[in-house]
Design a protein around this ligand. Sequence first.
Ligand code: CA
Length: 255
Amino acid sequence: MKYLDPKADLTVKKVFGEHPTLIMTHILIIEDEQRVAELLKNGLEESGYQTMVAYDGDMGLRLFRTHTFQLIISDIILPKTNGLDLCREIRRINPAVPILMLTALGSTDDKLDGFDAGADDYMVKPFDFRELYARIRALLKRGSSPVPEPPVELNYADLHIDLPGKQVTRAGIPVKLSPKEYNLLLYMTENPERVLSRMEIAEQVWNTHFDTGTNFIDVYINYLRKKIDRDFPTKLIHTRQGMGFVLSDKQAEEI
Ligand code: CA
């Protein structure tokens, strides 16, 4: 594959470098091919953008959840969560953030899949940096109309999470959680009524892979139960034997 050296195009660099509104534009790059990721990162940063790089879909989603970006550039074939599923998930969380798919898959069907998943634009590798910049600029211009603020709260049943303040209440009663308990509850509340395996929880909340044989997740689930469920008639945290845990306000037999 052949990529144009971004430094070679001084005109593009100059235009971007002098554009004051681009100074704080944050771009999330999700690309597992390290060489391409580096090229994108270096090229975009030289043009005045701030970037973060994720090397797989799960990491991309994690960064998206924890930072604010004005644009997402994502590959499609990615380890763990693929680019299309990732795109759908980002769209669910934020309908407005521009998403540019950048991929070796170039058939019309592939492009349509990308647009179906909620992508705003699509570029096939190998790409020309000048074209990439032009598309980024167009997407940012389009997206500069009111962008919804990131969510400030999350609600499930009578559970309320104030995201900026990291405060949790159940039925209006404040619940004091440790940072790990909070992160675990946040992850479960972001994925209600879905069985979450211990492996998934370990990866998403603890950012770690682990082999079977440790029960620290069960320990934290128990801590959470004491604080979230013990004093309330409707239990929200349920164990699915051999599968994991689920946050739900339905009775155990219904889920
Ligand atoms: Ca890839």
